[in-house]
Design a protein around this ligand. Sequence first.
Ligand code: MN
Length: 167
Amino acid sequence: MTPTPGVRAARAATRFVVQQHDATTLHYDFRLEVEGVLRSWAVPKGPSMNPADKRLAIEVEDHSMGWGEFEGRIGAGYGKGAVIVWDRGTYEGLDDVPVAAALARGRASFRLHGEKLRGGFALVRTRAGAKPQWLLIKRRDEEADGEGPVGDRPASVVSGRTLEDLR
Ligand code: MN
């Protein structure tokens, strides 16, 4: 599907990034630029291009835009461990309201233009409260793929390094 021309396409591109993070437990941090910050979710199994996979995404604190560039080792404290930029690119919202409003109501759809992740995705909130839980789901479109790029494309899109290289 090509992006619909018009208002959404005319806006400045908003960014997304997925960082793979070898902290206490290995996970992927999925981040969407929303109103100048990176809204963030920890996805234990990582995103999938397979619409049959519904990936748990635990909402975590917003991160600064600059954090999305980070690759390297976090030396101490919460999140200690290696980080690579697993994927990045731009995205656009697919809802009838801005992404911030769609997230506030607990269901947002968007199209990713990354190097690994492409096409429509949805975030659906399944549990509210202090640590909201969501599902990250690939939408059925021509970019969908029965095989995810998570396992077979482990390298950073920035440096070509893997987490293993940083250990
Ligand atoms: Mn993390």
